[in-house]
Design a protein around this ligand. Structure first.
Ligand SMILES: Cc1cc2nc3c(=O)[nH]c(=O)nc-3n(C[C@H](O)[C@H](O)[C@H](O)COP(=O)(O)OP(=O)(O)OC[C@H]3O[C@@H](n4cnc5c(N)ncnc54)[C@H](O)[C@@H]3O)c2cc1C
Length: 756
């Protein structure tokens, strides 16, 4: 708190004045408050570090803030790919789940408040808004301090710490500290990347500015400013503009890919304003859009969203092959799943498509070494500036991926400060295992890794449940869906023979329907490349026909199988209203054809319908699926992977309860529970809107008992992870969790129960 000012200040003339300077000592200084910096700061603070977070703008979120209004996306990519249950976990998950709960309409201003609240709730964070990092001092190779300036407060800051994180998007810290960086596109030869762009798609991804419109119900005139684009046909795809698009859907209003996207940003901004007002002039005044009569411009971005500038060289440089081949890394700390998404260098003025995509079959790991500066030993990199090639950057750059990288970097920074280590020291296998373990424990999803926490007292307990879901039938109580595309039901199968499956179909005219059992190439892969069995059913016309698939196929390891009904214009398949944790139906929407010349694999996209759609197919399963045992609660996964990894109760269980019993009393100080907030739902942060505030599978109300004594009750949970602290500690040889209500009509389910 600053002290109150004297009622009157009379300052005599002087030769020299300097701004007030504040010196702050922290455990880590994080520059940049985009989603990467925000998640890094929260994670570091929760790990006990004193954090200074320096953000040059008035709010947090970077490109996701109300100043720019991009929706935060990541591996689940708006359900356009095969990355099932891939929404990012950890701090970003808390943020997106909270935003969906408070702000399902996707109001960008409210998203700002969710982010700000998350940061100011951490007493360990000193948040400096409107404060730009402007310099560094070096001590040998290391950064000693960062200089920053807040024009609002006329205050300079000297910020000292043993370890620094650069999450500034342009990499201002790394740049000033002299770290090696790259800008632009590498050629094919350097990293053997076949997707490395030719001239037209080369250079950098450009900046963009969005606008929002509003219907005010009365005619509104628009006189364009003198700097607006006169001739809309200068934009080769000008016919694509119409009055329905605004915000993120204008992502292709892009410019600057051939300029210096750091130092020419103001120039690029003016060009983007010129385009935006020219587009609006076209919509309002060309006469082609009578519905524009009552529309007005509600908002135009004042700051351009930056896609690409510097990428820094770290201990590993992620490349196309790491992503497409889904290579594993000993030091994996985060995941990605967006396509390699390159844009034409001339942006909106290019006649090319706005983007060129190359999808991998599934998600990929991001190694910690990509975040460790090769040259500045106490500098960590987070967000879009990490050590990746231009091609790999085209995937890692999306904000949810950046946020996960931020979470890993925040924890690494806290541990370096605590233990007197440098970031590179954490690559050591034992330290890396510990880092990965703590990331997993706090909700980060690292594909292929599961939590193995020796200090989790639940591991020493016998786990039982009042009941376990045995799924025998999902009744045909909902409308039939036409097989205008091939459709499939994902079923979590155990090793052994595929169960007998009975579906219900309506047939308009005699036909042959092909039904298949397919799997992915890998147990946790949802691209159904492998056909295990197929059968043709000759069907006459008629409604409600039951067809039974009984094939001699068997499953080698626990994994999801796809029960595929191939496209058939004469057939519809019945669906069910029943929803269960870890069950999904998908549709074959499109196919990425293989192109070996650029390293593009063939990928059939089998994607679910968005919430609240996406009904399961009605099915009878014999023998029933037993994929939701109580043992799942301790298997180290907290989302579906090769199996649902959840305990789910029988639908008729009127007191669904899980119980942990120890051979002798244990002293418990903390209970951590993981619930199902539908990791398949992308929860875009702005504009899109969501039909539900809380996910139906998520437990809302539960009781915790030690023996017979109630030690905690939660009535209003909607978050993925819920942590209860026992103060004083609870001494007991039996702990139970009884689920009283979920947010929807689904069997109660829990992914993980951990005790400390
Ligand atoms: C038009 C456009 C469309 C895109 N589409 C999507 C999309 O739909 N979904 C998606 O997830 N991603 C999208 N991206 C990519 C994504 O927005 C960026 O890659 C991402 O924002 C990078 O995250 P970051 O945290 O590294 O950087 P940023 O979000 O840029 O955050 C960096 C922060 O650091 C601050 N900063 C910079 N310099 C300083 C300094 N000197 N001192 C203090 N603070 C500083 C900045 O103000 C900013 O707030 C798009 C990008 C653009 C431009």
């Amino acid at each position: 708190m600053s002290s109150p000012r004297d009622p009157l200040t009379v300052a005599p003339a002087t030769d020299h004045r300097a701004f007030r300077t504040e010196h702050l000592q922290a455990d880590t200084v994080i520059v940049g408050g985009g989603l990467a910096g925000t998640c890094a700061a929260v994670t570091a603070a929760r790990a006990g570090a004193r954090v200074v977070l320096v953000q040059d703008r008035p709010v947090l979120g970077g490109n996701a803030s109300s100043e720019i209004r991009l929706w935060a996306l990541g591996a689940s990519a708006q359900l356009s790919n095969n990355n099932r249950w891939a929404r990012e976990g950890g701090v970003l998950d808390e943020i997106l789940v909270e935003n969906t709960f408070r702000n399902p309409e996707g109001n960008a201003v409210l998203f700002d408040t969710v982010l700000l609240e998350k940061v100011v709730a951490e007493p360990n964070i000193t948040l400096l808004l409107n404060t730009a990092a402007t310099g560094v001092t070096k001590e040998g190779e290391r950064i000693g301090s960062v200089t920053a300036f807040c024009a609002q407060d006329s205050t300079r800051y000297e910020l000292a710490a043993p370890v620094f994180c650069d999450a500034s998007g342009d990499g201002v810290l790394g740049f000033l500290a002299g770290a090696a960086y790259r800008m632009g596109a590498e050629g094919r030869e350097e990293f053997g990347e076949l997707f490395a762009p030719e001239e037209s798609y080369g250079a950098l991804l450009g900046h963009s500015i969005y606008f929002y419109t509003k219907d005010v119900g009365v005619p509104v005139r628009f006189t364009p400013p003198g700097y607006a684009l006169d001739d809309i046909t200068e934009i080769p795809r000008w016919r694509s503009f119409d009055t329905t698009v605004q915000g993120c859907r204008l992502w292709w209003i892009e410019y600057g890919g051939r300029l210096d996207t750091v130092h020419d940003t103001e120039r690029i901004k003016w060009e983007l304003w010129k385009i935006v007002y020219g587009v609006w002039n076209h919509l309002k005044n060309s006469g082609a859009f009578p519905e524009a009569e009552t529309l007005t411009l509600d908002w135009v971005g004042l700051i351009p969203g930056k896609r690409e500038s510097r990428r820094f060289e770290g201990l590993h440089m992620l490349r196309q092959q790491d992503i497409v081949e889904q290579r594993t890394h000993e030091d994996a700390v985060a995941s990605g799943g967006w396509s390699l998404d390159l844009h034409p260098a001339d942006g909106v003025y290019s006649a090319h498509e706005g983007s060129s995509h190359l999808h991998a079959r599934g998600v990929y790991q991001i190694p910690y070494r990509c975040t460790v500066s090769r040259d500045v030993p106490n500098l960590l990199l987070a967000g879009r500036i990490i050590s990746v090639t231009h091609v790999a950057f085209a995937s890692t750059r999306v904000m949810a991926t950046c946020a996960q990288i931020g979470q890993a970097v925040g924890l690494a920074a806290a541990w370096c400060a605590r233990d007197g280590l440098l970031p590179a020291d954490l690559v050591h296998p034992e330290r890396m295992r510990a880092l990965q373990r703590e990331l997993l424990r706090t909700g980060q999803h690292i594909p292929g890794l599961r939590l193995d926490a020796p200090d989790d007292l639940a591991r020493q307990a016998t786990l039982t449940a009042s009941s376990e879901l045995n799924l025998a039938t999902m009744p045909a109580d909902s409308p039939a869906v036409p097989l205008d595309h091939s459709r499939a039901q994902l079923l979590p199968l155990a090793p052994g023979r595929v169960p007998r499956l009975t579906l219900t179909v309506d047939v308009a005219a005699p036909t042959t329907l092909r039904v298949e059992i397919r799997t992915g190439n890998r147990p946790d892969d949802y691209t159904p490349d492998v056909v295990l069995a197929a059968r043709d059913f000759d069907l006459g016309a008629g409604e409600g026909q039951r067809i039974t698939l009984d094939v001699p196929a068997s499953i080698d390891a626990p994994r999801y199988a796809f029960v595929v009904l191939r496209r058939n214009d004469d057939v519809s398949v019945r669906t069910t209203s029943h929803r269960v944790t870890g069950l999904l139906s998908v549709t074959h929407t499109s196919t990425q054809e293989a192109d070996p010349a650029v390293g593009r694999p063939r990928v059939e996209f089998w994607t679910p319908e968005r919430r609240p759609g996406g009904r399961n197919l009605a099915l009878s399963i014999d023998p029933p699926l037993r994929a939701w045992p109580a043992a799942s609660l301790g298997n180290g996964h907290a989302r579906p992977t090769a199996q649902p990894n959840a305990w789910a109760a029988d639908v008729d269980d009127d007191r669904p309860t899980v119980r942990l019993r120890w051979d002798a009393p244990r002293r418990l100080t903390r209970l951590e529970l993981s619930f199902d907030t539908d990791f398949d739902h992308p929860m875009e942060s702005v504009l899109w809107g969501h039909p539900e505030r809380a996910m139906p599978f998520c437990v809302r109300h539960y009781l915790v008992r030690a023996g017979e004594r109630v030690v905690a009750e939660r009535t209003d949970n909607h978050q993925t992870r819920d942590t209860l602290t026992f103060d004083p500690p609870v001494d007991t040889d039996e702990l139970s969790v009884e689920v009283l209500a979920s947010h929807g009509d689904t069997p109660p389910a829990i992914f993980a129960v951990r005790c400390y």
